[in-house]
Design a protein. Structure first.
Length: 297
């Protein structure tokens, strides 16, 4: 049923409302005798009542255009609104699932570190140069003879980078035989937090049941945690040293390894393990700063 008298314009000024005020009967029965007589409602502001507009006040449409009338108007409108809200919520939830909003996978904390295809370029060599070491010249023209050597790979779960440098003492004599290597790696863990296993991976050196012993120490001031592994060279040649420094900062892990050996006839000896440890920590501090400023390239 149209609200107004014009079916083409249901919101025009309404015709006299058949459900409006009921005229009082000619011979009214006292209210206490006839409880079904409609009582005049209390005075209300214009347009306000028990669902019926005051005389002369246009009636607001009870339902949206195109909805059915009758006693189900309010209920159907309410159900339509609830259904629409539920549908919107379902669509929003599906979008969150599709974009990973409800994913159980943790978000990787890379602590600002970026991938670089040349870790050697980011590695600080200053501490080693200050100890009179220099990079050996390449011995050939092929890539496998290059020094330093670097590589890297970006994958879904890991970004890996490594650098391998062969060093020698400056002004070393031709009769001196020595071998010194600095090997560095950096890994960006994008799927799994390395924190639960990081410490044990270095503490395990102390558990090795071999003829060579290792000492493991925690290092303060580098990343979230860092460990120094030093080989115990007692009883072996004092002309060698082997030291590892491991650092974890968020989901980034970094390791630099020093390995050196000099023959007994060499005019120079490798630095002590404590000297190497100082060089590795100084180099790592600067290298990690550079990796935080690096961009994928």
């Amino acid at each position: 049923m149209s609200i107004s008298g014009d079916p083409n314009n249901p919101y025009a000024q309404p015709q006299p409302n058949p459900y409006g005020q009921v005229p009082a009967p000619q011979n009214p029965v006292p209210p206490q005798q006839n409880p079904y007589t409609q009582q005049a409602p209390p005075a209300q502001p214009p347009g306000v009542g028990y669902g019926y507009p005051a005389a002369g006040v246009p009636a607001a449409p009870a339902t949206a255009p195109g909805t059915s009338g009758g006693s189900g108007r309010g209920a159907s409108g309410w159900l339509w609104a609830v259904g629409g809200a539920l549908a919107a919520s379902a669509i929003g939830a599906s979008l969150l699932f599709a974009t990973g909003g409800f994913s159980s996978e943790p978000s990787p904390d890379l602590a600002g570190y970026g991938y670089t295809g040349d870790l050697c370029a980011a590695t600080s060599m200053t501490p080693f140069e200050n100890a009179d070491y220099e990079t050996k010249k390449s011995t050939g023209s092929t890539s496998k003879d290059a020094n330093p050597q670097h590589s890297g790979a970006q994958q879904k779960s890991l970004d890996t980078m490594w650098c391998n440098v062969s060093l020698q003492r400056e002004n070393a004599g031709s009769s001196d035989y020595s071998s010194t290597w600095l090997y560095s790696t950096a890994t960006l863990h994008k799927k799994t937090d390395p924190a639960p296993e990081f410490a044990d991976s270095y503490r395990s050196y102390e558990k090795q049941d071999t003829s060579v012993g290792y000492k493991v120490e925690s290092v303060a001031g580098l990343g979230d945690e860092a460990y120094l592994v030093t080989r115990n060279d007692e009883g072996s040649s004092s002309n060698s040293s082997y030291v590892i420094l491991g650092v974890r900062d968020g989901w980034m892990t970094y390791q630099s390894t020093w390995s050196s050996y000099a023959s007994s006839s060499s005019s120079t000896k490798p630095p002590s393990s404590s000297e190497v440890a100082t060089m590795l920590k100084t180099s790592a501090t600067e290298t990690l700063k550079r990796l935080q400023n690096s961009r994928s390239r």
